[in-house]
Write a protein that binds this ligand. Structure first.
Ligand code: AMP
Ligand code: GLY
Length: 428
């Protein structure tokens, strides 16, 4: 049996850990730092997900057969390289490939150079030049993006000149996101339904996973502030076989080839954030990792052994295995702490979960929980739980997921009641 160490501690990592626990090859699962829910399926440690030296040291102690690195910052900081240098079989891209998420300037230039469809853009390092450009363009909404990682908050859709100029100053002059916003991208505003497609790639073969849809805004009807994601579903009804073919030909294969041509072979999970615009499908963003909370509705639909896939990616023989998905749909509703994504309190007791942190009829992926000394789960973050259910249809999956959400309680519990409504309309 193989022992696996998973790096991270959110809902995405919980979904990965639970899927690995189903594998016929996997013995012991370790996770650092993990969380309350993960601790029921994996032995958890105190080493933070961005502590490269600490993780390498832990790996040397545990001697796992494989390490899986999923959060963006350690990948962009070179954790996969550090683990591979010590001889560990590691799932996750090297630093020179993770830059596809780590720098929007890099990814926009890559797409421009290799003809991969995306929004037109200009890069700025001086706020005066950026403001001059905005005034000359005079086209709103305008999309302003910090170059580097910014906890998913580095994108501003400015509705008018005032908002745009303000965003430019905050990013370049006030370094709102630190070094990440010393360079910015100003991008054309696109419209159309969004689709997330995660893919497995070993640099030679790219296998898209089942498509998904995120709900990024905090409020019902897609209003209010952006969050890490308030709910997801799979498959995404907008992602038709024709669109999938277009994506494979114009986006997925060209991206993998472009990274090879740049000497930055991407090995791991490459995430395509796409928009289906009236002019065809365009790339909104790349991520160098599994999406969160997309993973929570993608992996439950996977029939193939996840360890076998990870191993095939690491050993560059992804072409040798067949990856299968179940039929039907999957839906995940996030329960968050009241006040998220702004200020919120932590430490509330969560009711309605069984000993394993699960709720009957659903898979509950813990994002921000901790297990107390008295064995109780308590809230420990903005997004607390992802309540996930599969169903014969999307409607069925949503009914089951919401039934689970109703059973779970804690002080200040917040969730969106309209997850999946847009997708249901698209299906009619
Ligand atoms: P990103 O972090 O790049 O995925 O951007 C966050 C969100 O901003 C995306 O999911 C889109 O909803 C929106 N967005 C980003 N770029 C554009 C664009 N060029 N046009 C319209 N919306 C965009
Ligand atoms: N759900 C979007 C992301 O993982 O970046």
């Amino acid at each position: 049996m193989k022992n696996v160490l998973v790096i991270g501690g959110g809902g995405r990592e919980h979904a990965i850990v639970m899927k690995l626990a189903e594998s016929k090859h996997v013995g012991k699962i370790y996770c650092t730092p993990g969380n309350g829910g993960i601790s029921k399926y994996a032995e958890c440690f105190d080493v933070g997900a961005t502590d490269i030296d600490g993780v390498v040291k832990l790996a040397k102690e545990l001697k796992p057969d494989m390490v899986v690195v999923t959060p963006d910052d350690p990948l962009v900081m070179g954790m996969a390289d550090a683990l591979q240098a010590e001889g560990f079989l590691t799932f996750g891209p090297k630093e020179n490939a993770a830059i596809i998420e780590g720098s929007k300037v890099f990814s926009k230039n890559l797409m421009k150079k290799y003809g991969i469809p995306t929004a037109q853009c200009e890069v700025f390092t001086e706020s005066e030049k950026a403001v001059e450009y905005l005034k000359k363009q005079n086209k709103y909404p305008a999309v302003i993006k910090a170059d580097g990682l910014a906890l998913g908050k580095g994108v501003i859709i400015a509705q008018n000149e005032k908002e745009a100029v303000n965003a430019v100053h905050e990013m370049i002059d006030d370094l709102k996101f630190g070094k990440s916003s010393s360079r910015i991208v100003i991008e054309e505003f696109l419209t159309g339904p969004e689709v997330s497609v995660l893919s497995f790639t070993d640099g030679k073969t790219v296998v898209p996973m089942i498509s998904s849809m995120d709900h990024k805004r905090i409020g019902e009807g897609d209003t209010g502030l952006n969050t890490g994601g308030m709910g997801t579903l799979s498959p995404n009804p907008y992602y038709t076989p024709e669109i999938a073919k277009e994506c494979m030909e114009k986006i997925f294969i060209p991206t993998v080839n472009a990274m090879n041509a740049e000497g930055r072979t991407f090995e791991g999970c490459l995430y395509f954030g796409l928009m289906i615009t009236p002019d065809g499908v365009k790339v909104i963003e790349y991520n160098c990792r599994f999406g969160d909370p997309e993973t929570q509705v993608v992996l439950p639909m996977l029939e193939t052994d996840l360890y076998e896939i990870f191993e095939a990616v690491c050993q560059h023989r992804l072409d040798e295995i067949e990856i299968k998905w179940r039929g039907g749909s999957c839906a995940c509703v996030i329960i968050a702490s009241g006040g998220y994504p702004e200020k919120y309190e932590k430490g509330f007791e969560i009711t309605g979960l069984d000993d394993m942190g699960q709720a009957h009829g659903c898979e509950v992926f813990h994002a921000g929980t901790k297990l107390d000394g008295d064995g109780k789960f308590r809230t420990n973050g903005g997004r607390v739980l992802g309540v996930t259910a599969k169903g014969e249809s999307l409607e069925d999956a949503l009914v089951r997921a919401y039934a689970g959400v109703e059973k779970i309680g804690f002080s200040g519990k917040y969730f969106r009641r309209d997850i999946g409504q847009r997708a249901l309309k698209a299906l009619k």
